[in-house]
Design a protein around this ligand. Structure first.
Ligand SMILES: [Cu+2]
Length: 250
């Protein structure tokens, strides 16, 4: 089970601050969910034990009941309703809001929150990704190149239906909606090859629109970004070519 926590599409193996914030919220939610599960199992076991202990006494139960037991049971039931139905969900949702909101802020393109973020435009098509760098006009297909260690504002759009732009190890997912431009801020801390997918069912070819994300050392990226379009059409780096070959063989 723990083996599934790694891999190119695992949100539990974050490689940047946006994805790290999401993973942290996930681990807190997981921890609280496990605690609640254990509590419920223990309470369930205690209830079953109590019920077994009381078997066979039902016939004479009324004879042993003290006056006022009904009122006491109603009071306990009311406390359970208020505690379990109002207080517990209220506290849980408030805590989730307090811890989850900062994780959400990491994904947003706040002015001044990052030094000179790079702007990239990603357009979803049935069924491929068009990647455009407006500063220099470079274009890529199903491949996103980023400078490692620098924030990147990905402006997502769609040319046809709703797609979902998602690079799990770098940040949250964002719908690419026709007629709208939505922005998510990603960052890769280290150079490397990452994977992206379409996370919104968009038709028969939905499963076949993966994206390979290449985080490059900043100087290599700048050299590529500022090269003439013809010169920029260099062969894919070996890691990217290998990732494409792996996708093709799936
Ligand atoms: Cu899709």
């Amino acid at each position: 089970m723990l083996g599934g926590c790694r891999g190119p599409l695992s949100v539990l193996d974050p490689a940047g601050p946006s994805a790290g914030a999401i993973a942290q919220v996930w681990w807190w939610m997981f921890g609280v969910a496990v605690a609640v599960l254990v509590l419920m199992v223990v309470l369930g076991a205690l209830a079953m034990r109590g019920r077994r202990g009381g078997q066979g006494e039902d016939a004479g139960a009324d004879a042993h009941r003290f006056p006022g037991d009904g009122a006491r049971q109603r009071r306990i039931a009311r406390r359970c309703l208020i505690g379990g139905g109002l207080l517990l969900p209220g506290v849980a949702i408030t805590a989730l809001l307090v811890f989850g909101s900062p994780a959400g802020f990491h994904q947003l393109p706040w002015p001044g929150a990052a030094a000179a973020p790079l702007r990239v435009e990603v357009t979803g098509h049935q069924w491929w990704w068009e990647v455009h760098y407006p500063d220099t006009g470079q274009r890529l297909r199903n491949e996103l190149r980023l400078p490692a260690g620098r924030a990147v504002d990905v402006h997502t759009r769609s040319a046809d239906v709703i797609h979902g732009f998602w690079v799990p190890r770098l940040g949250g997912k964002l719908d690419a909606v026709p007629g709208r431009t939505l922005v998510v801020r990603l960052q890769a801390d280290r150079p490397g090859t990452y994977r992206g997918v379409c996370a919104e069912f968009c038709g028969a070819g939905h499963a076949h629109m993966p994206m390979v994300v290449q985080a490059m050392p900043a100087e290599d990226f700048d050299a590529w970004l500022n090269a003439s379009p013809a010169a920029a059409r260099t062969p894919r780096p070996p890691a990217v070519a290998a990732a494409f070959a792996q996708e093709a063989g799936r």
